[in-house]
Design a protein around this ligand. Structure first.
Ligand code: MOS
Length: 723
């Protein structure tokens, strides 16, 4: 049994010693370095580009403009944008690529990029906060939802709570900025790329360049964090491939940290308009949640933050609606804990306020409104042990005993808050194969990625569990579109999709091996590198012998995870008899220095009902990381936007605060309820990665309220809001 063991990461040492080779680290002979020239204005037309000075710089080979680029074929999601840059002079947002300088060295390319002279006819623009508000078409399903009569129910409610909760735009800032190397050999293109799903890049680059997908190979050996910024396919990847074709040389483009701000998405600013009604007994009678956020002019990105309010609490009446504000900004995209991450900031803050208004403990209020079935559809849950998660989390934190705790520690006023955590379940099909060789080596092969979440650890662990091998004897080969098509590494979906395909592939490999050893199907057992008959393993033979005796060099087991109707995507078990979600509760203790306005995280407990845990160590790391990410959302992160110039003000990590070790209390406890969800995946597992980031901001704001009596409804909770 290796599933359930706290195995360490096999890739950990390589990553912390710098041995791991990322996309931009790949050695390709004869390549040109690319530097993007971004539009300095958020709107207008490029009427002329003068590259003479740039070309006079030593080492600069080409200055590419829209005129040099091929006409791209139409692209749709998973392309992040449908209107690709460098096709004409139109400027839709600041930082949009308008020219590419190619040079023998990175220094020459960057120097040249600074010398390209643009003539621009500026046009009036709509800034973030001044755009056109619209109801978008539903990309991920309907953008409005109504159950019962929410208006009447709200108006009739004994207790009513109406408030707006706001959050700023934020950027992903993965440690490794996006980078692409494009290499053409005749009609075949190889891309070394930093991505969360290579097959998306393959499909979109092929479509844009009007070539067949089979001609595009995407290799991505390591991905240094993504958080959603590398989920969709962004224009710079297409531009790099096109530039290499035009220049007839391999081209490497690594986005600078500053360029990441305008070229690979962000989480849009959001306002949550909440209206909750409850009866005298504290039972919810109405939940209304409207979300509005910014999007680009070219495409409607819809952050379905209202999903939280359809799936978390029992209520006879629910109304949710999504709006977008179209402005001259770059395209937003999903960011770690999409949908419920922002959504629960609004919902859980409002729930906490209503609990206080009703006069109930916030935990009791939540228990009183526990959703025994899916509130939106009435379907049963695939599995849900949130009651246990609440109870065990409360016990670990001492929630029920908090009244007896000191409320001061030196200059710090202490406060306690809690919130419900929840995520939907994005599931994607996946394929994998498991190869067993006569020399006893075993490889798991699937085109997935490890963005830091631990897939490199747990997929070999799953195969080793089936094959009765020590996990370090199994190697994962991934990050290459030539491998069986693995599911994407986003949406907390990998374990369910890719993990299940690995499970099936390993089972298939065991069966094939059993056949070679003349063992009856269904009675094959593997343990300690031997294969034998159930109950008679003592007489089993070493795997290598079984292969050699049969005169076979290797067996390759194949595995698939599919969705109902062979769909390419399934949200929350739609179309099945069950609704699939994950659940949990987060408890927070903060300290507030009311004179200086300082806010500190002192303690956190996260308690989760999220299916079977494959590896408690990587799982714990995921949830701890989620709570830290949530603290960043709660107390620190905002991407300031300069409205007059229509651009991000501070395009670097010096001007955008994110949590570092000194910001994080050592006392973060993670607990998982023992659970097996047979409907989410054959592994019994659900998604966990992003669940930990949900609920945290609301729990922090509630703790701040507990400490100070001040209710903060706008993130982040910075000193100016506390003094
Ligand atoms: Mo995440 S936004 O699912 O990478």
């Amino acid at each position: 049994m290796s599933i359930g063991e706290p195995l360490p990461r096999p890739d950990g040492r390589d990553k912390v010693t710098g041995r791991a080779r990322y996309a931009a680290d790949q050695e390709v002979a004869g390549l040109l370095h690319a530097a993007l020239v971004g539009a300095p204005t958020p709107s207008g037309t490029v009427t002329a580009i003068d590259g003479r000075e740039a070309l006079a710089t030593a080492g600069v080979a080409r200055v590419l403009t829209a005129a040099d680029m091929p006409r791209f074929g139409p692209v749709a999601p998973p392309s992040a944008v449908s209107k690709l840059p460098m096709q004409d002079g139109t400027i839709r947002h600041e930082g949009q690529p308008v020219a590419i300088v190619l040079a023998e060295t990175l220094e020459a390319a960057e120097c040249g990029a600074g010398l390209v002279r643009l003539t621009i006819e500026p046009a009036p623009f709509r800034p973030q906060g001044g755009g056109e508000v619209a109801v978008p078409p539903g990309i991920y399903g309907p953008v409005t939802f109504t159950k019962g009569d929410p208006d009447a129910a709200f108006l009739a409610a004994e207790h009513q709570h109406i408030a707006e909760y706001r959050q700023p735009s934020r950027h992903h800032n993965p440690m490794e900025p996006s980078a692409t190397i494009a290499v053409w050999e005749g009609e075949n293109l190889t891309l070394y790329d930093s991505v969360q799903h290579g097959y998306s890049v393959q499909a979109i680059v092929a479509a844009a360049l009007n070539i067949r997908p089979e001609r595009v190979r995407v290799i991505s050996p390591h991905t240094g964090g993504g958080f959603g910024a590398k989920g969709f396919v962004w224009p710079h990847e297409i531009l790099t491939a096109a530039a290499a074709r035009v220049a007839r040389r391999p081209v490497k483009l690594a986005l600078s940290r500053a360029q990441m701000y305008a070229n690979v998405g962000f989480q849009p600013n959001m306002v949550h308009r909440m209206a909750l009604g409850a009866g005298r007994n504290g039972r919810l009678t109405a939940i209304k949640h409207e979300v509005e956020h910014v999007t680009a002019l070219s495409d409607d990105f819809v952050e379905m933050a209202t999903a939280a309010s359809r799936g978390t609490y029992a209520s006879p009446a629910i109304f949710t609606a999504q709006k977008v504000e179209r402005a001259n900004v770059n395209m937003p995209t999903a960011m770690r804990a999409p949908w419920e991450g922002p959504g629960l900031w609004g919902l859980e803050s409002a729930i906490d306020e209503l609990a206080h208004a009703v006069g109930q403990d916030p935990l009791d209020f939540r228990l009183a409104n526990y959703a025994e079935t899916d509130p939106a559809t009435g379907k049963p849950w695939s599995s849900k042990k949130l009651r246990e998660a609440y109870e065990e989390g409360a016990r670990l934190f001492g929630w029920r005993e908090r009244a007896g705790r000191p409320k001061r520690d030196g200059p710090w006023t202490l406060g306690f808050g809690m919130a419900t955590c929840s995520m939907g379940a994005f599931r994607f099909p996946s394929q994998a194969q498991v190869r067993i060789k006569a020399d006893g080596s075993v490889t798991v092969e699937t085109g997935c990625h490890d963005i830091g979440t631990g897939t490199l650890t747990i997929f070999p662990q799953i195969a080793a569990d089936v094959l009765g091998l020590p996990p370090d004897k199994v190697e994962l080969i991934m990050g290459d579109t030539r491998l069986p098509q693995g599911g994407p590494t986003y949406g907390s979906s990998s374990t369910m999709g890719v993990g299940a395909s690995v499970l099936r592939a390993a089972e298939n490999a065991r069966e094939l091996l059993g056949r070679l050893a003349n063992l009856p199907a269904g009675e094959v057992v593997m343990k300690d590198g031997r294969i034998g008959r159930r109950g008679g393993l003592g007489a089993g033979v070493p795997i290598g012998d079984a292969l050699r005796t049969a005169g076979v060099g290797e067996v390759v087991g194949k595995g698939r995870f599919t969705l109902p109707g062979d769909a390419p995507f399934n949200a929350d078990g739609e179309g099945t008899p069950h609704t699939i979600r994950t659940f949990g509760a987060v408890f927070i203790e903060v300290g507030v220095d009311c004179e200086l306005g300082l806010l500190r995280l002192r303690r956190a407990v996260g308690s989760y009902s999220a299916g079977r845990v494959i590896n408690p160590r990587t799982a714990r790391a995921q949830m701890t990381g989620g709570i830290i990410w949530g603290w960043g959302m709660a107390a620190m992160e905002a991407s300031p936007y300069e409205k007059k110039l229509g651009r991000w003000l501070s395009k670097n990590l010096a001007g955008v605060a994110i949590p570092v070790n000194a910001d994080i209390a050592g006392d973060i406890q993670i607990h998982f309820v023992d659970e097996f969800d047979p409907h989410a995946s054959p592994l019994g597992a659900k998604g966990i990665g992003e669940l930990g980031a949900t609920g945290v901001a609301a729990a922090v704001a509630s703790a701040v309220f507990d400490a100070t009596g001040k209710r903060i409804r706008e993130l982040p909770i910075t000193p100016g809001k506390l003094v």
